[in-house]
Design a binder for this molecule. Structure first.
Ligand code: KG4
Ligand code: ZN
Length: 330
C-alpha cells in the first residue's frame, strides 16, 4: 500500500510517499522560515497562503522522485491537527481534493502521532514498548508507547512547551526565529556556571514539566541583572538556559524509564534535534544502560514522511479509518 502524506500544520509544507512494503519512497519539504523570519515568528495568514503555493508542486516532486504516477497512490493521510487552523485547512483540502479526484480514501492523522512514530522511520528503529519524550514547539509529553495507537500519557508540561521556552528565551536574547537552533548554537560559546537558572519541577514527584518560569528567569536576568549585555554574556545566558532545560528533560526521562521499568527511550519532535540534549541523553544511556533512539535529523521537525508513515500504520491497523466522504474536520 502506497500512502501519500501531507503535512501543513505550521510553517513547513511536507509531502511524502510511504510504501508499506518498500518503506519511504520519497519526501519533499518547503520551509517557510525565511518568509517569517522578518516578523520574529510565524504569521498564520502568510503560512496558509504559502502552503497553497507549495503543496501541488511538492506533490509532483515526490511522484517524480519515486517514479510514480499519481494513480499509484492507494490512500492519502493529512495532518488533521493540532496546528494553525488556516494552515491545516490547506493540507486537508489538498488531501481531500486529491482523494476525490483519484477515488482514493483519505485519513486525518494526529500531528503528534506523526512525531511519536517518526523514529520508526530510522534505519535501526526501536521495538515496542518504549518511553517517548515528545518535545516540539507546542507540546512536551512523556508517553509509554506499547504499539501503534497504544499510548499512555505519563506526564506533560503544565504551561509552556520546551520548544516554546527555547524560542521565547532566544527572542529575549535578540536571536532570530526559530530560536531553538539559534540559542543552542550560541550556548556552545558560553561558559558554564557563570549564570544559574532554575530547573523547574526537577524534584517534583511526578513526570510533569514547567518551563514558563525558566523563560521568566531569562527575562529577569537579561533585563534587570545584567547591565549592557555583551556578546559573551549572551552566550553565557544561552549556556545557562540550555544547561537548565536539558537537565530537566534528561532527569524526567530517567524517572519515566524507572517508573515504567523500560529500557528504550525514544525522542521525537523539533527539540529532539538539539545537540546538547542528544549528548546528555547519550551519556546517560551509556551510564544507566538503556538505549536511546532519535528520528533522522530531517524528521525531527515537521515533515510529510512522518504523516505518510503514521497514516500507513493506522490504515494497516484499522482499514475502516479511511474515509471516502471527503468531509474534513481540522
Ligand atoms: O516539531 P516541530 O518542528 O514543530 C511543532 O510541532 O511544534 O518543533 C519546532 C520546535 C521549535 O520550537 C524549534 O525552536 C525547536 O523545535 N527546535 C529546536 C532545535 N531545532 C528545532 N530546539 C532546540 N534545538 C534545536 N536544534
Ligand atoms: Zn510538529
Amino acid at each position: 500500500m502506497i500512502v501519500l502524506g501531507v503535512e501543513s500544520s505550521c510553517d513547513e509544507t511536507g509531502l511524502a510517499l510511504y510504501d508499506t512494503d518498500r518503506g519511504l519512497l520519497a519526501h519533499a519539504l518547503h520551509s517557510q522560515v525565511a518568509m517569517h523570519e522578518q516578523y520574529g515568528g510565524v504569521v498564520p495568514e502568510l503560512a496558509s497562503r504559502d502552503h497553497i503555493r507549495r503543496a501541488l508542486p511538492l506533490l509532483e516532486q515526490v511522484l517524480a522522485d519515486a517514479r510514480l504516477d499519481r494513480h499509484a497512490i492507494d490512500a492519502i493521510a493529512y495532518t488533521q491537527g493540532p496546528g494553525l487552523a488556516g494552515a491545516l485547512l490547506v493540507g486537508a483540502s489538498v488531501a481531500c481534493g486529491l482523494g476525490l479526484a483519484l477515488d482514493k480514501p483519505v485519513l486525518g492523522v494526529h500531528h503528534l502521532e506523526g512525531h511519536l512514530l517518526s523514529p520508526l522511520l530510522a534505519s535501526e528503529p526501536p521495538e515496542f514498548p518504549f518511553v517517548a519524550l515528545l518535545v516540539s514547539g507546542g507540546h512536551t509529553q512523556l508517553m509509554r508507547v506499547d504499539g501503534v495507537g497504544r499510548y499512555t500519557l505519563l506526564g506533560e508540561t503544565v504551561d509552556d512547551a520546551a520548544g516554546e521556552a527555547f524560542d521565547k528565551s532566544a527572542k529575549l536574547l535578540g536571536l532570530g526565529y526559530p530560536g531553538g537552533p539559534a540559542i543552542s548554537r550560541l550556548a556552545e560559546f558560553g561558559d558554564p556556571g557563570v549564570y544559574t537558572l532554575p530547573r523547574p519541577m526537577l524534584h517534583s514527584k511526578n513526570l510533569n514539566f514547567s518551563f514558563s518560569g525558566l523563560k521568566t528567569a531569562v527575562l529577569t536576568l537579561v533585563k534587570t541583572k545584567i547591565t549592557n549585555i555583551c556578546e559573551q554574556d549572551k552566550a553565557n545566558v544561552a549556556r545557562a538556559f540550555v544547561d537548565a532545560i536539558v537537565e530537566v528533560l534528561v532527569a524526567k526521562c530517567m524517572a519515566a524509564l524507572k517508573e515504567t521499568g523500560l529500557k528504550r527511550l525514544v525522542i521525537a519532535g523539533g527539540v529532539g534535534a538539539n545537540r546538547q540534549l542528544r549528548e546528555a541523553l547519550n551519556a546517560a544511556a551509556a551510564k544507566k544502560r538503556f538505549r536511546v533512539f532519535y528520528p533522522e535529523l530531517e524528521f525531527c521537525t515537521d515533515n510529510g514522511a512522518m504523516i505518510a508513515f503514521a497514516g500507513a500504520m493506522r490504515l494497516q491497523l484499522q482499514p475502516e479509518a479511511a474515509q471516502r466522504d471527503y468531509a474534513f474536520n481540522v
